[in-house]
Design a protein around this ligand. Structure first.
Ligand code: ASP
Length: 343
């Protein structure tokens, strides 16, 4: 297969290029040499270039500044290349994919992240099929947004999350259908979701990601108000609150809700997601969620924890006020719900 398009591969690290050392798996295998052979064999004539981040990392070490390093690499080659493949560790790939969706979604060029559960140096590695699939998707004219390709499935970058620490099927598309799937006949079939995939409506040149003071808090039976209050002191810029079901929190402990109200009043943007692997938040659906709603917390709709961490980091980095961020979230979530509502 030949293609006139030019692809940039951004290699960040992750299991797919790791070698086994006496400390365990870490980056260092000859990924560039392996990739050269794979591309020559499966994509003969393809024009492609490789940029490796320095240092290569296990994605457990990744943070907003690493997302920005990837974005900078893509932006630097935005006019010279047509498609981008990001090779990334699986542990935090869901967060990174969402971060790239918010920062690069308006670019109009495909950005496909992939990785592997086992390094290419291992006989039964899933790296070759994942990298082949990611390259194939990046070259497909039917696709031009930010997504994760894994185990035969293309998933929107702001809806994909890691669901298994071991299985080849390591990622799930949460709350929306996959964008495309590979059939048993090796056909790449795009779904209606791909056509409807919302492009992040953002400034052409958003401000860069930087470290922000954000915390993810998980409610659980028996959580003490003092513990919650301690986690909210000093008030973080943003809080992703993992509540129950459709966005429920206990309303029988006033001190617990008071801790959340105090954080919101002090400028924390508190966004509620669900601990359930699937489904959306509907604040107010149950009487028990009225207390949480009254604290000033806003609904994160059907977005995952990964997506909300990336989105809130993105919004804080745009130097918006807490009130502006809440408005952006409320508006985007209710617009998303309208779009999905059946006519
Ligand atoms: N710890 C590895 C990483 O995220 C896991 C993987 O790549 O599968 O970099």
């Amino acid at each position: 297969m030949t293609d006139s398009r030019r692809v940039l591969v951004v290699y960040t690290g992750g299991t797919l290029g790791m070698q086994l050392t006496d400390r365990g798996w870490e980056p260092g295998a000859d990924l560039p040499g392996w990739l050269d052979e794979l591309v020559a064999a499966d994509f003969p004539g393809l024009r492609w270039d490789l940029v490796s981040l320095d240092p290569l990392i296990d994605s457990s070490n990744a943070g907003p500044r690493d997302w920005q390093r990837i974005i900078d690499a893509v932006r630097e080659h935005e006019h010279s290349h047509d498609a981008f493949v990001v090779l990334h560790g699986t542990d935090t790939m869901g967060f990174c994919a969402a971060a790239l969706h918010f920062a690069l979604g308006s670019m109009g060029k495909p950005v496909v992240l992939t990785g592997a559960q086992r390094s290419f140096v291992v006989d039964d590695s899933d790296a070759p099929s994942n990298v082949r699939g990611a390259l194939r998707c990046s070259l497909d004219p039917r696709f031009s947004s930010v997504a994760i390709w894994f185990d035969g499935t293309l998933m929107a970058g702001h809806h994909a999350t890691k669901i298994s620490s071991e299985d080849d099927h390591a990622f799930d598309s949460v709350n929306i259908a996959p964008l495309a799937v590979l059939t048993d006949e090796a056909q790449l079939v795009f779904t209606e979701e791909a056509a409807a995939a919302p492009v992040a409506r953002l400034n052409e040149r958003p401000k860069p990601y930087r470290d922000v003071d954000l915390v993810v808090l998980t409610l659980h039976p028996g959580l003490r108000a003092e513990r919650l209050a301690a986690q909210l002191t000093p008030p973080p810029q943003a809080v992703v609150l993992r509540a129950y079901g459709t966005g429920n929190a206990p309303d029988n402990d006033p001190a617990l809700l008071e801790a959340l109200s105090a954080a919101s009043a002090a400028g924390s943007v508190v966004v509620v997601t669900t601990q359930c692997p699937h489904g959306a938040v509907h604040l107010g659906q149950y009487a028990v969620s009225q207390g949480l709603l009254a604290t000033g917390a806003v609904s994160g709709g059907d977005l995952t924890t990964d997506a909300l961490v990336a989105w809130l980091t993105f919004l804080v980095c745009q130097d918006l006020s807490p009130a502006q961020i809440r408005d952006v979230v409320r508006e985007a979530i209710s617009e998303g719900q309208r779009r999905r509502a059946p006519d």
